[in-house]
Design a protein around this ligand. Sequence first.
Ligand SMILES: Nc1nc2c(c(=O)[nH]1)N[C@@H](CN(C=O)c1ccc(C(=O)N[C@@H](CCC(=O)O)C(=O)O)cc1)CN2
Ligand SMILES: [Mg+2]
Length: 282
Amino acid sequence: MSAQIIDGKAIAKAIREKTKAAAARLRRAPALAVVMVGENPASAVYVRNKVRACNEVGITSIEHRLPQDCTDERLLEVIKALNEDATVDGILVQLPLPEHMHAGLILETIDPNKDVDGFHIYNTGKLVTTGGGFKPCTPAGIIELLKAIDYPIEGKHAVILGRSNIVGKPLAMLMLQENATVTMTHSHTPNLKHYTLDADILVAAIGRAKYVKADMVKPGAVVIDVGTNRDENGKLCGDVDTQAVQEVAGWITPVPGGVGPMTIAMLMHNTLISAQKRQNIF
Ligand SMILES: Nc1nc2c(c(=O)[nH]1)N[C@@H](CN(C=O)c1ccc(C(=O)N[C@@H](CCC(=O)O)C(=O)O)cc1)CN2
Ligand SMILES: [Mg+2]
């Protein structure tokens, strides 16, 4: 058996096209401020891709580059100005920040109504209670991938490997909203295989190259790979040993071209929603 590939690139493109059409109907183009501190090379690529996506869908991007030795205070000044700027619909601070900075505190100063990454505790609180806030882009993208393949999430067992604030924890909340039964696992979970083998939906978000092997996957399961790692030859790979696992799984996301493009497509979507709200579209 060979798994069907979930084409995140194509699904993300369709979301960007819908976003573009809706953005064109607004009185003013949506505007997204992208703040990057330092020179992390991976972050530089993601920021460039975000700006490129903005150009493609008709969102105005405003880039702020701050040096590696930037202080919390300087970054807070930039965020304060963006919060107060009525023409800015979305603000994101690219993570990770340099070690000396306090990301938790900084994210809490972004206006929750412009927090298109969905990382502010106000939006986190909405995620675990009523819903309706901005949803973090990677987890929201994963739900969209499952919807795009018409996979019925309700009643399924979703097993999530990894408990980060960006992916694992918010994804658990979104899966619960979709009526999945959710198991969270992490580095202290004994007998991980016991859980993974029962997963209808297995999400790997642990940052360890090719960690999920074929003998950890239930035949026919949907396997979602959030990893972006380098293998022993320096080649980009996910947290899943794709070649082996695709012989067991029913569906699988590739790396690259699976979850990654969805993160940026959902950022465009969130920025559009923010602009629509601010222009009283709904
Ligand atoms: N402020 C934020 N910081 C970070 C986020 C985030 O959502 N907001 N997520 C990640 C990085 N990230 C976006 O910022 C991101 C990561 C990966 C991809 C992606 O498209 N990956 C490609 C492969 C990438 C490559 O070729 O190197 C893929 O999977 O196809 C997009 C966005 C942490 N920081
Ligand atoms: Mg991917």
